[in-house]
Design a protein. Structure first.
Length: 366
């Protein structure tokens, strides 16, 4: 009696091993374990949530917002009310994990012409209000943050009256509550910079900077010819000033009030204040430490827009439409393909403002 020969297993076949309780994949030679844990929905662009918080609503700039809106990044449509910040505030920094968003410093009702050291947190998966987290080592505004799944790092910024741009680094643990700790100093002062990261490093660029001793007064522009970006490592919060040149930059002015977003490999600088950079966006390949490259045009040119992203899509919302006029439009790009940004929808009338800040649970803090 002849036996029917076994059919060859096609490469890429998947099975569930009931002995080990694991999914396995056939690589052409042997079965390989696909995963030893449940899939992490926070790393999926499907259903990933973006939040837009605070900002100032229209002229005069002391009229701040405490509103929080949210969107589903993979879809399009108008934003929906999420809840409230603990106070009306603007010019603050943010970071996030897959579960929690953090807002840091800025100015608010308690410091309308100054800066605060207050930190709040937001639980991204459920709508509701922000809650108190702790305090920064110093009161500061006009700064930015980057993070991985566990640690948030905030750099630079300014103190008011008199204006002094700062080079301070503050570090916090996202999952806990309590005060941030002093992470040291960068070598360069800066305010109104942009930042993007890949969960290992954050890249800071553009903005104003002061003299190395932090002298008060109107500072010069950062990012002019010869200036480089600052690379800040999340684990050590050490810096390397070697990231490449700005795209087509001239010495007549700097890139200020730009926004940025990223996935794990590519960063995008989005719009801003100084012509012609407010009409465009640039891409950076984070691993290569090269120069910025023009990647497309913006549908709505906005300085101080709020940005958030998933692994595939970057979203910019609100911002200053000129002469301190605030905007409600939301626009998006596909991070890997570029092209002109596309209309997404509108913010509600609560954080429809300049200098709102963005948060996402899409990819663990990028």
């Amino acid at each position: 009696m002849s036996l029917t020969p076994k059919k060859p297993i096609p490469e890429g076949a998947i099975r569930y091993n009931t002995d080990s309780n694991k999914m396995e994949l056939w690589n052409g030679q042997k079965w390989m374990i696909v995963s030893t844990s449940s899939p992490n929905l926070g790393n999926s662009p499907v259903g990933a949530r973006g939040l837009f918080c605070g900002g100032w609503r229209n002229s005069p700039s002391t009229l701040r917002s405490n509103g929080i809106d949210f969107i589903t990044i993979s879809s399009t449509g108008n934003a929906t009310d999420f809840g409230d910040l603990t106070k009306r505030q603007s010019y603050f920094g943010t970071c996030s994990s897959k579960t929690r968003g953090i807002t840091v410093g800025g100015d608010n009702d308690n410091s309308p012409s100054g800066a605060t050291n207050e930190i709040d947190f937001i639980t991204i998966s459920s709508t509701g209000n922000a809650q108190d987290f702790g305090d920064l080592p110093l009161a500061i505004k006009g700064h930015h943050g980057h993070s991985n799944e566990t640690r948030g790092v905030f750099c630079q910024g300014s103190t008011p009256s008199p204006f002094v741009s700062k080079k301070d680094i503050s570090v916090l643990t996202i999952a806990s509550t309590g005060s941030a700790f002093d992470g040291g100093d960068l070598s360069r002062h800066g305010v109104q910079t942009f930042v993007f990261g890949n969960g290992i490093r954050g890249i800071y660029g553009g903005g104003y900077y002061a003299t190395p001793d932090g002298s008060p007064g109107s500072p010069g522009y950062a990012g002019t010819t010869g200036e480089k970006h600052i690379l800040v490592n999340i684990a050590t919060h050490g810096e390397v000033i070697l990231f490449g040149d700005f795209n087509g930059h001239s010495s007549s002015g700097g890139i200020i009030r730009s926004s940025a977003f990223s996935n794990s490999t590519r960063g995008i600088r989005f719009s801003g204040y100084t012509a012609p950079y407010h009409l465009t966006y640039d891409k950076y390949e984070i691993a290569s430490l090269g120069n910025a490259i023009d990647f497309g045009d913006v549908l709505y040119n906005r300085e101080w827009a709020s940005t958030t992203s998933s692994p595939t899509r970057g979203v910019a919302a609100g911002g200053d439409s000129g002469n301190y006029g605030t905007a409600r439009e939301i626009q998006y790009i596909e991070i890997m393909s570029g092209g002109k940004s596309v209309d997404f929808g509108d913010l509600t009338d609560r954080p429809s403002s300049a200098v709102p800040q963005g948060i996402s649970n899409a990819h663990g803090g990028l």
